[in-house]
Design a protein around this ligand. Structure first.
Ligand SMILES: [Fe+2]
Ligand SMILES: [Fe+2]
Length: 205
């Protein structure tokens, strides 16, 4: 009797096989959805995130402070620079201030994505920042101080890009974009310094 209805047996086997294939797929989807719901509060953080998220946020808070200080310093210089041919330099400072603000926003958004709160608190800002806020006594001083700050930012970001590597490619790619811009800034300040350093310090009338 066992071989009396081979076609029925085949049909049964085939039905069972179909269910076996179908069931794990559904379970996987259900499991994924369940996990996604369970970890909703973690935002973009998934188990595949390779870095220590608290450390990433701490590092990015320092990058954020560096960018805020750069916005403040360039803005102050753009407004208060004086002297021969200062107009072109003021424009350059103002453009850099705008770009530093874009960097600031990108870093703040990334901190937020990672579940942190971007630290915009003015208290302790200077000590969280890698670069300094220096007013500069004259136009050449201002250019020099900006060049120093840009070189610090470039060094800092190069190190951080190496650190993030494949652990957090999104943060690394963001920093690579910012680094390219800081290198341009350093180059601009270097050119301005060469153009203005030989200028004699004429007395004001
Ligand atoms: Fe910047
Ligand atoms: Fe810069």
């Amino acid at each position: 009797m066992a071989t009396a209805h081979p076609s029925k047996d085949t049909a049964n086997t085939s039905k069972t096989a179909k269910e076996t294939v179908k069931e794990p797929f559904l379970s996987d989807v259900r499991m994924l959805r369940k996990q996604a719901r369970a970890h909703l509060s973690e935002g973009v953080m998934t188990p595949a995130y390779g870095a220590d998220v608290d450390k990433t946020i701490e590092i990015l808070q320092s990058v954020l402070a560096t960018e805020i200080v750069c916005v403040l310093r360039y803005t102050m210089h753009a407004v208060s620079a004086t002297g021969i041919s200062s107009e072109a330099v003021k424009k350059e400072f103002a453009e850099h201030a705008r770009e530093e603000q874009e960097h600031m926003m990108k870093v703040a958004e990334r901190i937020n994505q990672l579940g942190g709160t971007p630290n915009f608190n003015p208290e302790g800002l200077a000590s969280r920042s890698a670069s300094e806020y220096v007013e500069g006594d004259n136009l050449v001083d201002m250019i020099r101080e900006n060049l120093v700050a840009e070189r610090i930012a470039v060094e800092h970001y190069r190190e951080l890009i190496k650190y993030f590597g494949d652990k957090d490619p999104t943060t690394r790619v963001m920093l690579e974009g910012i680094l390219g811009n800081e290198e341009e800034h350093a180059n601009d300040m270097h050119d301005l310094l060469i153009a203005h350093e030989g200028t004699p310090n004429l007395p004001k009338h």
